[in-house]
Design a protein around this ligand. Structure first.
Ligand code: FCB
Length: 460
């Protein structure tokens, strides 16, 4: 059967993907684990940030979140019932090394041992991300990513994780969304460590790139058969008007948001507008250290971004107006699936690596009681995910090497500055009881996965 756009839809009406295409769900440690003061976990910069007045919506914190630290067996069962082949989660650096370096925390290591074993028993591939924004506070006290030594501290943490889990975890990502935590943390001041300083921002970019390169080398050495990548926020960046100042601002925004990490890591150079500014922080041999061969390109895609000139902002660019013609998600992000196709094509043509879409999803704003559970029927999320999957299918038809897709997110969770106000889960979480209730989108996702052809005999 063929759909109107020519996509093969099989008997179920669902788009069909090549055998072996990977379907998964994504989460991150601080957003779901809770137990932030339990079993020896150290504090992270997000624990501190949540305690600063006015930073996170309603003063919410990740202290309890989805209590995944205790409830993970049920969460693994949920994933199994969806039929996912892989689960992308992050390791909390301060749970493994409470002070960021030095003595490891056995109880923290044990937690991930249990989770990984549980996933493998359920037939779900663990995909571990080393860093999803929760820098140990003790390291931030030493300058965090502005301190060049932070790359070495990160590499030591990677050694610990690789030696402990590398016998069972074969899929590794170094960082999640380099550009977002560095821009928001060191340039815009919207996330920890809430700095807005050009030198600090450029140092952070370069030191994070060094940390990535060092961690790839560690993983390659320590994990036999490792498949290693990094996860980039990759959103088509457009100027919000044709004014030359906006066009130039959007070009600089694009370099900062989309290009300066993967270009350095995969092409071995910084994009032109950033190159001159960052040069004073780059020492001889650094780019060779940053640019280690990786196996795949992790792309988080949500929405196009619009840049405009804004002299109030540190680098003279900021988020500009979105065209009125574009529909919006429940959290106001523009919906434009053609931007997803553009980003996939750009990443494929520029970096020539197999692409895994490591996040894609739809946010809604929590409804006030008593209507909160009306969220469980989420046709707008289903429509958005269908649109993304169709865009990915069209990209495959164009010869673009997309190999897998992870929905953000398995669970409603702590959505950073928005606290628990924004919900991205395909499974609803009642934060008073920790009850999990699959939404219509979870049923849709299970049906999509169930409709796919089985892996070829003898395939992994
Ligand atoms: C991405 C983050 C993820 C989540 C989604 C909605 O930028 O990687 O943690 O917050 O956005």
């Amino acid at each position: 059967m063929a759909s109107q756009d020519g996509t093969d839809t099989g008997r179920t009406g669902m788009p069909l993907f090549p055998a072996g295409f990977l379907w998964g769900t994504s989460t991150s440690a601080y957003q779901i684990e809770g137990a932030t003061s339990e079993d020896g976990r150290g504090q992270s910069v997000w624990d501190s940030f949540c305690r600063m007045s006015g930073r996170v919506n309603n003063g919410h914190t990740g202290d309890v979140a989805c209590d995944h630290y205790h409830l993970w067996p049920g969460d693994v069962r949920l994933m199994r019932s969806l039929g996912v082949g892989a689960y992308r989660f992050s390791l909390a650096w301060p749970r493994l090394l409470p002070r960021g370096r030095g003595r490891a925390n056995e109880a923290g290591l044990d937690f991930y041992d249990r989770l990984i074993d549980g996933l493998l028993e359920a037939g779900i591939e663990p995909w571990a991300t080393l860093y999803h924004w929760d820098l140990p506070q003790a390291l931030d006290d030493l300058g965090g990513w502005t301190n060049r030594d932070c790359a070495g501290w990160f590499a030591d943490y990677a050694v610990l994780a690789a030696r402990r889990f590398g016998d069972r975890v074969k899929h590794w990502a170094t960082f999640n969304e380099f550009s977002v935590f560095t821009l928001f943390g060191y340039a815009f001041g919207w996330a920890p460590p809430s700095i807005s300083d050009r030198t600090a921002h450029l140092q952070a970019i370069h030191h994070v790139n060094l940390a990535h390169g060092d961690a790839v080398a560690v993983l390659r050495r320590s994990v036999p058969g490792a498949s290693i990548g990094a996860i980039h926020s990759f959103q088509t960046c457009r100027p919000s008007s044709e004014e030359p100042a906006d066009v130039e601002a959007a070009a600089l925004f694009d370099e900062h948001w989309n290009l300066c990490f993967p270009d350095a890591q995969i092409l071995g150079r910084y994009p032109p507008r950033i190159a001159a500014a960052i040069d004073p922080f780059v020492r001889a041999g650094d780019l060779a250290r940053v640019c280690q061969p990786v196996d795949w390109f992790g792309m988080n895609h949500y929405a196009p971004i619009y840049g405009h000139a804004d002299p109030q902002m540190l680098w003279g660019f900021g988020f500009g107006a979105v065209p009125d013609s574009l529909p919006r998600t429940g959290v106001g992000w523009p919906i434009d699936h053609s931007a997803f196709e553009t980003s996939l094509a750009l990443a494929w043509n520029r970096y020539r690596l197999p692409i895994y879409v490591t996040e894609n999803g739809f946010g809604t704003q929590s409804r006030p009681e008593p209507d909160e559970r009306a969220e469980i029927d989420d046709p707008a999320r289903v429509a958005y995910l269908e649109g993304s999957v169709a865009a990915m299918r069209r990209s495959l038809d164009q010869g673009i090497g997309v190999k897998g897709y992870f929905v953000w997110s398995l669970l409603d969770n702590f959505e950073w500055g928005a606290g628990y106000g924004d919900r991205f889960g395909i499974v609803f979480v009642d934060y008073r009881t920790q009850e999990r209730i699959p939404k219509a989108s979870a049923r849709w996702y299970a049906a999509l996965i169930g409709a796919q052809p089985p892996p070829a005999p003898g395939a992994e």
